[in-house]
Design a protein around this ligand. Structure first.
Ligand code: FES
Length: 120
């Protein structure tokens, strides 16, 4: 069952921003990717550092500055020389209701496996 909750006002999103939001018990990062609103768990899949604090955007890439892992802004896919599909960002469905961005918390359960400790 869906659990849509308000995260951030659409008007607060900038084209190159990574916007942190706390939604219930979830830490989320919300961004615009080629005009589309996307939201991910605010945790790098490598060691869990918050992307909103340690990552930066370079057009269509989110780069975590801790160890330079890179992710596609629009899909959250981990992109590097070594494919690691289990290291994609955890993505929340989003929708806009009266200027408010909502995320479906049910899509990323808090009990989901968190950061990895060994490379797959
Ligand atoms: S914690 Fe992000 S690349 Fe290591």
């Amino acid at each position: 069952m869906s659990d849509w909750q308000p995260a951030i006002r659409r008007g607060e999103l900038s084209e190159q921003g990574l916007h942190a939001a706390t939604v219930g018990d979830h830490k989320v990062v919300v961004l615009l990717a080629d005009g589309e609103i996307v939201a991910y768990r605010d945790a790098c899949p490598h060691e869990g550092f918050p992307l909103s604090k340690f990552a930066e955007r370079q057009d269509f890439v989110i780069m975590c500055n801790k160890h330079l892992w890179e992710f596609d802004t629009g899909t959250g896919e981990h992109i590097s020389r070594i494919p690691r599909p289990q290291c994609n960002l955890k993505r929340y469905p989003t929708r806009e209701v009266d200027g408010m961005v909502e995320v479906d918390l049910s899509a990323v359960p808090l009990g989901d496996p968190g950061p990895i400790t060994a490379y797959g």
